[in-house]
Write a protein that binds this ligand. Sequence first.
Ligand code: SAM
Length: 530
Amino acid sequence: MPTPNTTIKVLFLCTGNSCRSQMAEGWARHLKADVIEPYSAGIEKHGMNPLAVKVMAEAGVDIAGQRSKTVAELGPMEFDYVVPVCGHANEHCPLFPGKAKVVHVGFDDPPKLTAALPDGEAKLAIYRRVRDQIRVFIETLPGALPERNRQMDKESVRQTVREGYSKIAVSDSTSCGSGVSCCGSSAEAAEELVRHIGYSSDDLAVLPEGANMGLSCGNPTAIASLQPGEVVLDLGAGGGFDVFIAGRKVGATGRAIGVDMTAEMLTKARRNSAAYTQQTGLNNVEFRLGEIEHLPVADASVDVVISNCVINLSPDKPQVWREIARVLKPGGRVAVSDLALLRPLPQAVREMAQALVGCVAGAALVSDTERMAREAGLTDIVLKSKPKYVEAMTDWEDPLYRKIVEHLPAGAKPSEYITSLEVQARKSASKVDYSAAVNELVAIGAAIAVNCEPCLKHHYHEAQQLGVSKADMARAVKTGAGVKDSPHQAILRLAERLTGAGLCKPMDSSDPCCGSQTASAPPDGGKCCN
Ligand SMILES: C[S@@+](CC[C@H](N)C(=O)[O-])C[C@H]1O[C@@H](n2cnc3c(N)ncnc32)[C@H](O)[C@@H]1O
């Protein structure tokens, strides 16, 4: 992250490098010369746009001396940030071939918007509007750059994943290689795979044709102990594979709901559900279009959340776990299968788009998975590593796994890095909602009490993400400070009396620390702390 006293090199890119990128360079030079070293370029040079020069001059910024140039003319220069400033919905922004963080910021294209207008005030008004919008953006730099970059990264991950699965949904062949990994497979290979990971003949008996696309890496319905009458939600349902299996288990009085963000998958699943109803006589499944980070499902309405090889694909996994906790009824449970990491993958694997769509590159560490579920407020978390899936992918020479091997240190196996993971957890049945926000507030207080600066920073950030107010955080800080200032023994004694936590050792009742009871606290039974 740039610090205020460091100059960062920023390249503003646009198609013609005649108007918006030139204005951005001009504003950055004018307003931020102490922190930004600005450049601009385009796909092809169009020369300086005279109206852009005019409206910038009106605002006191002279860009007449700037030169329109192509990216190639910049030579082998390195930048900290590349900021394409074209409106990305309508135009193709130029690609920057070098290494730099890319932060897209779309502005309207004044020449295009004013092409049909006569010269004069109406035309200039549009140039002035875009000029002022660019100024507002430049004023937020450099602070806004890393944040915008993070947002954009998330969106491009989602886009890559969606495109990958959309291709898989509409074709019978595979998208990330003709294998059986999370990238899809032939019907025979898909059946062999799911039998290998524990699906029974009974599970597969009345499955609509094409519902099993070989995209699974575990068997969540096997660990979910589904009961008739329950409501089950499948995150990233694909063609509906686990939804149909769950639907039969919960029966006519239950419901199985699948959510998926890829429209083509949804079309496939809905088509499959007609065959499911015909074969089983059940009308208890439905499919909803949506992202698992923003589930289209009411609070506390689901008995069991299942998911099969999907959460690894999410660019915001903590948010997925919070959504799981939100939609579960009190006492509801989680049965998730996913790929997870036993240790970090080499950079080259993390950067392979094929490995992202193939459920590997985005996978979280096992320990992080546990933490995210816990921080979302879930309890009774049990993780089980299931090495069979990754071993099979490697033995069957799945093309994705063959490629992964190429990027691992000599002799290393994918199963030393990647595992299929079963996650079981539960939402507390307590009437009180110990929500993720409350957890963060308690953690903020604890960070103060134990004087842990990194803990405070982490939990402050998490609480902010959850929308916790500064006033509530201030109260938690005050409580933590109060705890810190209290004599340690006294607070342990009080904690034991209030919670029955068994922290104190029995002592001679004549000891002065014993026996101080208040009306609101239970008696200490002659125990106190030493
Ligand atoms: C590997 S496939 C698994 C499909 C299915 N669970 C199965 O086992 O056959 C991943 C599925 O998750 C969906 N998906 C990925 N990321 C998602 C997200 N953030 N929100 C909703 N769906 C997502 C994809 O569209 C795809 O259908």
